[in-house]
Design a protein around this ligand. Structure first.
Ligand code: SAH
Length: 264
């Protein structure tokens, strides 16, 4: 692990992308839901054994053994039914620690990586002081957005592929999560209407962190994203924003689909 400090904008941040900084959004905040599925929605598992909560509990044990300790994150991972977000042919692998295809050449991230990134996201001054609005870049099938909805007050999740944006919408609909906002758009420019964010989390790896993300981060907020660190290899990057500037920390190697611009 290496750590570098910068008084201004860290080197990972692309200087070419310019957007205006929005502050003081009036978006209403609602508390995280207590139960992830409302009454009337069957909680019976489809093709993952008789009791999917036991299978999830084992998945959570493995995640905890790998070093994730935030109780809220572990509880959310134990609650959100990952098998509802993958194609029926893959439900038997839903609780293995593996990434899985979700269509359009994209993948749902490994559960251990989802938990690790969300734990990092919540370990910021802004999150600790109760600010809870987060931006997720790369909605994909909506799984991580559902986990985020359980541990943060408000989730703005942006996806550039219409097919996946719609898939996430239909996957999340039965959960009736009033604190999740799905946006079809290019997350490279962030989503200024929801800013400032206590946290920004990205599920796709870019060559650099767009400047807009740093601008849209609240003071005390934290950004967690994979970045290309050379010869096609990616590492997890954490950027913390303070009133003095940015601090960045490069963590372990990861493997995400590429961050791309535009809507398709
Ligand atoms: N969090 C997702 C993981 C999806 S994979 C889940 O739980 O399923 C990463 C996603 O990032 C892909 O769907 C890809 O289309 C999307 N993506 C890549 N570049 C993007 C961009 N500039 N804006 C928004 N989404 C982007």
């Amino acid at each position: 692990m290496t750590e570098r400090r910068s008084p201004q904008v860290p080197g990972w941040i692309a200087r070419s992308v310019q957007t205006s900084v929005q502050t003081g959004s009036s978006a209403a905040r609602s508390p995280a839901p207590k139960s992830i599925y409302p009454l009337g929605v069957s909680a019976s598992p489809v093709g993952v054994g008789l009791d999917s909560s036991a299978v999830r509990a084992r998945m959570v044990q493995r995640i905890a053994a790998a070093g994730v300790s935030n109780p809220a994150v572990l509880h959310a991972m134990a609650t959100v039914e990952r098998h509802r977000f993958v194609d029926s042919a893959l439900v038997n692998q839903a609780y293995e620690d593996t990434s899985l295809p979700i269509g359009l050449a994209q993948t749902i991230s490994k559960p251990s990586v989802v938990a690790r990134m969300i734990e990092l996201l919540l370990d910021s001054d802004a999150a600790r002081s109760g600010q809870g609005r987060v931006l997720e870049v790369g909605t994909g099938c909506g799984y991580q957005a559902a986990v985020l909805a359980m541990v943060t007050k408000e989730v703005y999740s942006i996806e550039r592929l219409r097919g996946l944006h719609e898939k996430a919408r239909s996957n999340l609909r039965p959960m009736r999560l009033s604190n999740v906002h799905l946006i079809l758009g290019d997350g490279m420019v962030g989503f200024a209407s929801g800013a400032p964010y206590a946290g920004i989390i990205c599920a796709a790896g870019g060559e650099a962190v767009p400047q807009a993300w740093c601008e849209q981060l609240a003071v005390g907020g934290r950004l967690v994203a994979p970045v290309v660190v050379g010869s096609g290899k990616q590492a997890l990057l954490v950027i913390d924003k303070s009133s003095h500037g940015f601090t960045q920390t490069v963590l372990e190697a990861v493997n995400f689909v590429p961050l791309k611009s535009g809507i398709a």
